[in-house]
Design a protein around this ligand. Structure first.
Ligand code: AMP
Length: 122
């Protein structure tokens, strides 16, 4: 089970940020890095991660300063605009065991390119 209470920079997304392992970049600015999910669940499946060491959404909500939070959210919107997702999209962040979080670095899944199915699988 992953630890989402203490940030561990051995996680795979920290390694992607440090360019120790490759990724397919979609967008980058001083606040976020966005790249293609290695196992896409939709025609568009992008992961958006902060360039700051937050384990999960809780950690981000508790520790990020207001300016960074704002820039992070605006950066997600910039990516949506860049990809011209005019028909809509789904934004998901999984937290902990029940949320199905596998990587302990905050990430949002941006899914689009078709009508995304049920909110929760059976
Ligand atoms: P989560 O279950 O919300 O933690 O999602 C983790 C996501 O990371 C999954 O959708 C994986 O397919 C994706 N993933 C794992 N390793 C990589 C990688 N090296 N490059 C891109 N995506 C990855």
């Amino acid at each position: 089970m992953i630890d989402i209470t203490n940030y561990n920079d051995d996680n795979i997304f920290a390694k992607i940020l440090r360019q120790e392992i490759p990724s397919k970049k979609i967008f980058e600015n001083q606040h976020v890095y966005a790249f293609e999910d290695i196992s896409p669940q939709a025609p568009v499946h992008i992961l958006i991660i902060p360039k700051m060491p937050f384990c999960s959404f809780n950690d981000f909500a508790e520790k990020a300063d207001g300016k960074f939070m704002c820039e992070f959210i605006k950066s997600i919107n910039l990516i949506v605009q860049k990809l011209e997702l005019k028909e809509g999209y789904r934004l998901i962040t999984n937290v902990g065991k029940y949320g199905g979080q596998e990587v302990p670095h905050l990430h949002f899944h941006l899914l689009s390119g078709k009508q995304i199915g049920r909110m929760v699988s059976a």
